[in-house]
Design a protein around this ligand. Structure first.
Ligand code: GDP
Ligand code: MG
Length: 678
């Protein structure tokens, strides 16, 4: 791919959706039509190019975000395929962080499902312009307009229909393009490579005219020329509509809607045309904002290749023992074999080689510029969320918000050799996945790994065995609780000891008090300015935070506590930062014990979809699990039940739901909040 391509001819996009909507199927088609792959693999054969990990091929689902790029109509498109399962939400979150636009894929039968709702709101948070593609128009039960209604109701979206299906279910043949006012059909016998314009079938002419009228009405406000013609009742030009749709989409006011059937090879090329026409290039998005690492002053960088470098590390993968780091370049130019400044960590490192990635294969490149997404090797210390830049022009971009793990399992290596490999492997897995944690439990002598859900841990355990050759016995999944306090307490802590002939002295008084759920740990100093040097105050904070990693009640992480440093005694010649750290820790531990600590348990948002006749059984079961029904939404013949249920009562739920609904119910579950353990 060329490095001379203009910024406005680049698209950084992702495809996001609920599991099984057809993301991988669609991606295979896209790569096939763009000439990036020469054979189309099907998900259910475990042959899809983008699902390259063995775990992905086995389960037929996408787990790790994979990046690729291809050319379409003279544009360079960087595409990130993302997983749909909630256990891997972090993959979606970090993709959204670096994308400029997204395709939201919905199944034409199931419509807007819970996971798409979650991702929709994530996309709102990151202000991502998006297109909708309503897939599976060929399936029995497909209902395009019902899905459009769901988009309005469940997502609060304003859909702008650029297409409607040309036939649904077994009559599906292609699409009607409402902008150009013609039909488009695909040939059956060459994998959808050839497609052509056809006249709108006579029985659909009225409907198409009506829908086009609606489209114009929906987007007229975004383009003056269109507005004028529309108000005067004249014939509307396609180019005017396109300009209006683009403008409304970039302003996040509308969502252009496309449709097709990826599996039947229909609607893919017209969707790609839509990506080019309506989704933003890196030049269309607002310049990236960050701050100076020391002065904290806000810095804005334009997406120009001759500006100082700003690159964001959004993903790290271990590759033959080395870190392969994915970067989004926001400004400037990056060269292979060059030294960059990691402003998040304050250190310089050398980039060895640089690549454009295509799933798990790669092409070496020497330079990359603003707007690009590349992978580099050679950075040993890089972490997900770090910013790379010029040392002379330092900038730090906001990191990615990570989720805290809620479930853990114990791992017992089978032999000493396995034990040795285990720690090394866990470290590598944790470098890749910020939602994965591990720790050694002194009491039980076990290693505990924790993550976002049963599937997440299952995949990690499989990778330990396969990629890292660690043989181990795995325990039962356990809930990771949190601890917090219920009343305010003040305590003093002192450390006075002679170490190596020198006196070490520290003395602090702290106050701890409960905070609202979700506030985390807050540390403040209420000392008068100058009472204690900043370096000492920082060590007091460190002492407190280290205690919060493992609470005094049951060893779970402590959350929602405010800790204030209210007094300190400094002795010239004796006080050291280390002594203050230890004094602070002992003050905190003593205060904590007196503050009535309690356990908090993770509560999950659970969404069950079942045929009506099984609903009472399912609801009864939710009540028996200490669940609370939030909402019951009836749809055609099926109902959706939304509930919140403690995670500890959700183990084995899929088996139970299967038996309660004769295999016809499905559910998704996602962390919602921590609540007092009753
Ligand atoms: P993902 O989980 O979103 O990646 O979905 P997949 O691409 O794995 O698709 C899930 C299933 O739906 C697979 O069995 C596909 O063959 C099937 N599928 C995808 N698109 C279509 C479509 O347009 N029509 C029909 N009938 N099936 C489809
Ligand atoms: Mg997939």
């Amino acid at each position: 791919m060329s490095t001379t391509i203009k910024l406005d001819k680049i698209r950084n996009i992702g495809i996001v959706a609920h599991i099984d909507a057809g993301k991988t199927t669609l991606t295979e088609r896209i790569l096939f039509y763009a000439g990036r792959i020469h054979k189309m693999g099907e998900v259910h054969d475990g042959q899809a190019v983008m699902d390259w990990m063995p775990e992905e091929q086995e389960k037929g689902i996408t787990i790790t975000a994979a990046v690729t790029q291809f050319m379409w109509q003279g544009h360079e498109i960087h595409l990130i395929d993302t997983p749909g399962h909630v256990d891997f939400t972090i993959e979606v979150e970090r993709s959204l962080r670096v994308l400029d636009g997204a395709i939201f894929l919905f199944s034409g039968v199931e419509g807007v499902e819970p996971q798409s709702e979650t991702i929709w709101h994530q996309a709102d948070k990151y202000q991502i312009p998006r297109l909708a593609f309503i897939n599976k128009m060929d399936r029995i039960g497909a209902d395009f307009f019902a899905v459009v209604e769901m988009m309005k109701k469940k997502l609060g979206a304003r859909p702008a229909l650029c297409q409607i299906p040309l036939g649904m279910e077994e009559k599906h043949r292609g699409v009607i393009d409402l902008v150009r006012m013609c039909g488009v059909v695909w040939d059956e016998d060459d994998l959808g490579v050839t497609y052509r314009d056809v006249p709108i079938p006579p029985d659909m002419v009225d409907e198409a005219a009506l829908r086009r009228e609606e489209l114009v009405e929906c987007v007229a406000e975004f383009d003056d020329t269109l507005m004028e013609t529309y108000l005067q009742g004249g014939a509307v030009a396609s180019a005017d509509i396109e300009r209006a749709v683009r403008s409304g989409t970039l302003k996040l006011r509308i969502t252009p809607v496309f449709c097709g059937a990826a599996y039947r090879n229909r609607g893919v090329q017209t969707l790609l045309d839509g990506v080019i026409k309506y989704l933003p290039s890196p030049a269309d998005i607002p310049p990236i904002k960050g701050f100076h690492p020391t002065s904290k002053e806000i810095i804005v960088r334009e997406p120009k290749k001759d500006a100082p470098l700003t690159a964001f590390a959004f993903k790290i993968m271990m590759d033959e023992g080395r870190k392969l780091c994915y970067l989004r370049i926001y400004s400037g130019t990056l060269h292979a074999e060059s030294v960059v400044f990691n402003a998040s960590q304050g250190q310089k490192e050398r980039i060895a080689r640089m690549f454009h990635m295509h799933a798990n294969s790669r092409k070496r490149i020497t330079t990359a510029r603003a707007g690009d997404i590349v992978a580099v090797v050679g950075l040993k210390h890089i972490r997900t969320g770090d910013t790379l830049c010029d040392e002379a022009h330092p900038i730090v971009l906001e990191s990615i918000e990570f989720y805290e793990p809620v479930i853990s399992v114990a791992i017992e290596p089978r032999s000493i050799a396995d034990q040795e490999r285990l720690l090394d492997s866990l470290e590598k897995l944790a470098a890749e996945d910020p939602t994965f944690r591990y720790r050694f439990d002194e009491e039980s002598g076990q290693t505990l790994i924790s993550g976002m859900g049963e599937l997440h841990l299952e995949v990690l355990v499989q990778r330990l065995t396969r990629e890292f050759n660690v043989k181990a016995a795995i325990g039962k999944p356990q809930v990771v609780y949190r601890e917090t306090i219920t009343r305010p307490v003040e305590e003093e802590g002192e450390f006075a000891k002679e170490i190596g002939g020198k006196m070490q002295y520290g003395n602090v008084r702290i106050a701890i008090e409960p905070l609202e759920r979700g506030k985390g740990i807050v540390f403040l100093s209420a000392l008068d300015p100058g009472r204690l040097e900043d370096e000492y105050i920082q060590m007091v904070e460190e002492g407190v935070r280290s205690c919060c990693l493992s609470g005094g009640l049951r060893g779970y992480p402590v959350v929602d506590v405010k800790c204030t440093l209210i007094d300190a005694e400094y002795r010239e010649g004796q006080s050291t930062p280390l002594a203050f750290r230890i004094a602070a820790a002992s003050a905190f531990q003593r205060a904590y014990e007196k503050a009535n600590p309690i356990l908090l348990e993770p509560i999950m948002a659970v969404d069950v979809i079942v045929p009506e006749e099984y609903s009472s059984g399912v609801i009864g079961d939710i009540n028996a699990r200490r669940g609370r029904i939030i909402e019951i939404l009836p749809r055609k013949q099926i109902i959706e039940i939304r509930a919140s249920i403690p995670l500890s009562n959700m183990f084995g739920y899929s088996t139970e739901l299967r038996s309660l609904s004769k295999g016809r119910g499905t559910f998704t579950m996602q962390f919602q909040r921590f609540d007092e353990l009753s």
